[in-house]
Design a protein around this ligand. Structure first.
Ligand SMILES: *Cc1c(COP(=O)(O)O)cnc(C)c1O
Length: 382
């Protein structure tokens, strides 16, 4: 835990907004169930507090990418909840997976064989999801391999199948005909196991492609307040805010260069504020000379490059009362959305979120996003 007074930046995660987003999706997709995708430490926001809040809200299905991530969240799950490992099982990882109680998403006949062998040797039945590749060519059994398992039932005779899964390549664009093609392939493949529930939709599918919802949806990004479908109007509440502290202030004369390579050159006498966040904290280097922040609600441009641990801002237009060492500057918040930062940096919100650094003080709050006035207290929940 990094103390907020020492910390150069504070990341605030609004768990009430997160839960609100999950509830909204759950209501929208009913009677399908809504899972939560919490891989990569809940997209960088803290898997344990996120999982706890969603468990309290009634979520019982949690997807991660790796076995170690499942092991990390399982102690926070009640007995009727499951942690599913999307990347499946590395060869040799089967006993560890069975011992932790994680449910693998089996992606190949080889993974199926190793999981079934382990279950047989331990004289037990082990749960699994079978993933089929419906047209993304990333992970999963081929549809004919799924059909083959029906003919050779002894290959899965020690596996309890919970779901048949697949993943959409183009759900962020619901009009892309590739979605309908994948849905048709998936439905045809699932006919091999007509009684097993299906799961296909990520955030984009959950929100904007109703026919993809099946029995269980798997939203990730939407829970964290970002709608990946540009045209979709479902209102999601923002979950993340990020503020960095001013380390130091100075005035530089016209003609002075600022930062690495002196890339910013002051056109007039300029006030520079240096804030304590940089690319080592996941703030994109590509925002050199084009990023913005907000101080006291005033938009301020980056002056020059993004350093490893700091960024220089041109704060000439900001009232003096907002400018002092330790003052908080908004990088994600009411004035600047995460989606806007991603667009400015030429990347996707997923990448910004999952790279946000480990040097921040992290607040998990049950309140709306903090403002930049510093003095407002916010309810904390360890
Ligand atoms: C990451 C992932 C999801 C969640 O995707 P979002 O776009 O964040 O909703 C769902 N399913 C699979 C297989 C994934 O890899």
């Amino acid at each position: 835990m990094i103390d907020e007074v020492q910390a150069s930046a504070i990341l605030s995660v609004d768990l009430a907004a997160l839960v609100g987003n999950w509830r909204q999706i759950a209501a929208m997709v009913a009677p399908a169930a809504a899972a939560a995708v919490v891989k990569a430490d809940a997209y960088g926001l803290g898997a344990i507090p996120v999982v706890r809040a969603l468990v309290d809200a009634g979520c019982r299905h949690f997807f991660v990418a790796q076995l170690s991530e499942a092991a990390a969240i399982l102690p926070a799950l009640p007995h009727d909840a499951s942690a599913y490992v999307l990347n499946g099982l590395m060869p040799g990882a089967e006993p560890a997976c069975a011992a932790t109680g994680a449910v693998p998403v089996l992606n190949s006949l080889d993974q199926v064989a190793r999981w079934n062998d382990l279950a047989r040797s331990e004289r037990r039945v082990l749960p699994a999801i079978l993933q089929v590749d419906s047209g993304m060519a990333r992970m999963g059994l081929l549809p004919q391999e799924l059909a083959f398992l029906v003919q050779e039932r002894d290959r899965i005779d020690h596996i309890r199948l919970l779901f048949i899964a697949s993943h959409l390549a183009c759900a962020d664009n619901p009009k892309n005909p590739a979605n309908a093609a994948q849905i048709a392939n998936f439905e045809a493949a699932c006919l091999a196991f007509p009684s097993i529930p299906r799961t296909l939709a990520n955030s984009g599918g959950s929100l904007a492609i109703p026919v993809s919802r099946n029995e269980l949806v798997r939203p990730g990004l939407a829970l964290y307040g970002i709608n990946p479908v540009p045209a979709d109007e479902t209102p999601l509440q923002p979950v993340v805010s990020l503020q960095a502290r001013i380390i130091q202030l100075r005035n530089v004369p016209a003609g002075a260069g600022v930062g690495y390579d002196l890339q910013f050159v002051a056109q007039r006498e300029t006030r520079i504020a240096t804030i304590g966040i940089g690319y080592a904290d996941g703030w994109p280097y590509s925002l050199a000379n084009c990023g913005t922040a907000y101080v006291g609600g005033v938009r301020v441009p980056f002056a020059g490059r993004v350093s490893m641990d700091s960024i220089t801002l041109d704060v000439t237009g900001v009232p003096q009362r907002h400018l002092f060492p330790g003052a908080l500057v908004e990088l994600i918040g009411p004035n600047q959305s995460l989606a806007q930062v991603a667009a400015d940096a030429g990347t996707i919100p997923y990448e910004i979120l999952t790279r946000l650094g480990r040097r921040f003080a992290r607040r998990h709050v049950f309140a709306s996003p903090i403002d930049t006035s510093m003095n407002r207290s916010t309810a904390e929940c360890a």
